[in-house]
Each structure stands twice: as structure tokens, then as C-alpha cells.
Design a protein around this ligand. Structure first.
Ligand SMILES: Nc1ncnc2c1ncn2[C@@H]1O[C@H](COP(=O)(O)OP(=O)(O)O)[C@@H](O)[C@H]1O
Ligand SMILES: [Mg+2]
Length: 292
């Protein structure tokens, strides 16, 4: 079996781990930089050129598309889909989960609890938007941030409006969101592969921060995930069409709240925190997908 990982950077920890597990499972595994892929639309041929070489057919594609190349990366993923190759995750699912507003719209429509959120471009309307999510402090997020960057806690109307105007001036779309204060500074990261939760950790933010991201200094430890959290995380992935995903879930008085669903979740933090072989679980799933 021959698979390809789409990633710009071979030396990333997650890519190294996937290749290591592929070797163990005797799966041939190439890493392809999506920005090197030239996509040919020509009748019913859907060739992909790297330099002057036409890529051979792969059994499965595993996209690990970073936020900085979402548009080009998605075009590449779509091309593989057009070739009829199983792709985990698909382009539509990645696009939908990458956009923080769109994913919340889709989840809320399906009846999944998410924080109260307003997408706004209006300085005039900002006060009303903030009031709709409970007033300051509010959380403000740029639509395509990751690893905690672009996620801010604004504790006064002046902080909120000055940051808002700056971001809008920089052509960034933003959402204003209810600050879930009850259990701020901790959340669950749930790792889903196929229809199963393969690992869950509780993350705690570093002292003085509310963001639990491991890249921002958050710490993770193994937890037993409550059943209702598990069901909700699996349902969110099913609705968004994601087969490999990292779901961020916070606790609230009314039960679990989905913060976001990541389509290219990292392995390093969760493997370290739980001692589980997550990359291996992904690879075994990929191998099954290639045989279907
Ligand atoms: N509405 C919120 N209330 C409280 N904490 C939040 C809220 N939204 C996000 N956070 C915290 O900030 C972290 C990063 O936010 P998230 O939306 O997951 O963005 P990113 O894509 O950067 O990880 C979350 O893991 C959580 O700890
Ligand atoms: Mg997150």
C-alpha cells in the first residue's frame, strides 16, 4: 500500500510520527508539499504534476494542511478526490472546520451546544454584539487562527473596541464570543479517529492565561472522558464530515460545549500526556480506508 501525506514540512513532529508508524505497518509513505503540486484540469484527466513528473496513484491521502495555505491546499485535496482516492479528511470537511464561524453555524444548526457567538464587521454594532454574548469580558477570535493565536480575552469595552478596529483595519474577520468563565483555563482535547475516541486529555492553561493550547504552554494529562462528552465529540465530527479530528470541549453548567474541531490535530501533546500511540491509531485507520 502506498499513501501520501500532504504537508509543507517533513520535519514536523506529527509527520515524523506518522512516517514512523507507517514503516512499522509496512505502508509506503511519501510526504508531498502541496505547494509543489500543479493541478491539471483537462477533460476527465485529473493529473498532479510535481516538477515535470506526474504523481502516481496513491491508495490514501492524509492531508495535514496548515492554516497559512488553506486555499491552495484545499485545491490539491480536491484534485486527489477527483482522482477517486480516499482522502482523510476531505476538502469540504477541512474547509468547514477551518473557518471558526462556519463550523459553529453548522454545529449549532445540528443542535450541538457551542458558545454564543457573533460574527461582526460593524464598529457601530459592536456594543450590541457584545451584549448578545453576555457583555465584557468577551472572547474575540480571528476566523482562521490556530494554536491559540488570534484568540483574545477583552475585559473592557475600550479594550474590545480598540482591538476590534485594529483587526478589521487589517482585513481580519472576527467573531465575538461568550467567555465561558466557569471552567476557564481548562478543557478536554478529544482525539477522534473514524467513529471512535482514541484518546482524551484534560488541558490546563498556564498561570495567568485562559487558553489551554499546548503550544501556548498548556499542560495535558490523561482523563477518563465522560460518556456524554464522548457522544458529543463524535457527533460533531460526524456532522462536520471529519474522520481524523481533535475536538476542544469545555465544561459548563449546562453540560459540554464544543469550542472547535481541528482537522489536522497534532500528536505530540496528546501522545506525551496519555502515553497512547495516536499516530499508530491514525495509520491503522488509514490502512483500512485504503482497502475499502
Ligand atoms: N469562549 C471561550 N471561553 C473560554 N475559553 C475559551 C473560549 N474559546 C476558547 N477558549 C480557550 O482558548 C483556547 C483556544 O481557542 P480555540 O477556539 O480552540 O482556538 P485555536 O484554534 O487557536 O485553538 C481553547 O482551547 C480554550 O482553552
Ligand atoms: Mg483549539
Amino acid at each position: 500500500m502506498r499513501i501520501a501525506i500532504l504537508s509543507r514540512n517533513k520535519s514536523l513532529h506529527s509527520i515524523r510520527r506518522l512516517r514512523e508508524e507507517a514503516r512499522k505497518l509496512k505502508v509506503e509513505c511519501l510526504v508531498i508539499n502541496p505547494l509543489e503540486c500543479q493541478l491539471v484540469v483537462d477533460g476527465n484527466k485529473h493529473d498532479i504534476l510535481v516538477g515535470s513528473v506526474v504523481l502516481p496513484r496513491f491508495d490514501v491521502i492524509l492531508p495535514r494542511i496548515g492554516a497559512s495555505i488553506t486555499d491552495y491546499g484545499l485545491a490539491v485535496v480536491k484534485q486527489f478526490e477527483n482522482q477517486g482516492v480516499p482522502v482523510l479528511n476531505g476538502s469540504l470537511a477541512i474547509a468547514q472546520s477551518r473557518d471558526k464561524m462556519r463550523s459553529l453555524q453548522v454545529l449549532a444548526k445540528a443542535g450541538i451546544r457551542v458558545p454564543k457567538t457573533v460574527l461582526t464587521r460593524s464598529t457601530r454594532g459592536l456594543k450590541a454584539a457584545a451584549a448578545r454574548v453576555g457583555g465584557t469580558p468577551v472572547v474575540m477570535k480571528v476566523l482562521e487562527g490556530t494554536q491559540g493565536l488570534g484568540v483574545m480575552l477583552l475585559d473592557s469595552p475600550i479594550a474590545m473596541s480598540s482591538v476590534f478596529e485594529t483587526l478589521i483595519g487589517m482585513e481580519q474577520d472576527v467573531i465575538v464570543q461568550q467567555f465561558l468563565s466557569e471552567k476557564a483555563g481548562r478543557d478536554y482535547r478529544v482525539f477522534v479517529v473514524g467513529k471512535r475516541v482514541v484518546a482524551a486529555m484534560m488541558r490546563t492553561a498556564p498561570e495567568g492565561d485562559f487558553r489551554t493550547n499546548i503550544h501556548r504552554g498548556g499542560e495535558g494529562h490523561l482523563v477518563k472522558l465522560p460518556k456524554n462528552y464522548e457522544r458529543m465529540a463524535l457527533r460533531a465530527c460526524r456532522i462536520l464530515g471529519l474522520e481524523v479530528a481533535g475536538v476542544d470541549v469545555m465544561e459548563s453548567r449546562r453540560g459540554p460545549v464544543i469550542i472547535e474541531v481541528n482537522s489536522s490535530p497534532g500528536f505530540e501533546g496528546i501522545e506525551r500526556a496519555t502515553g497512547l500511540n495516536i499516530a499508530g491509531a491514525v495509520l491503522r485507520y488509514v490502512k483500512r480506508a485504503g482497502k475499502r
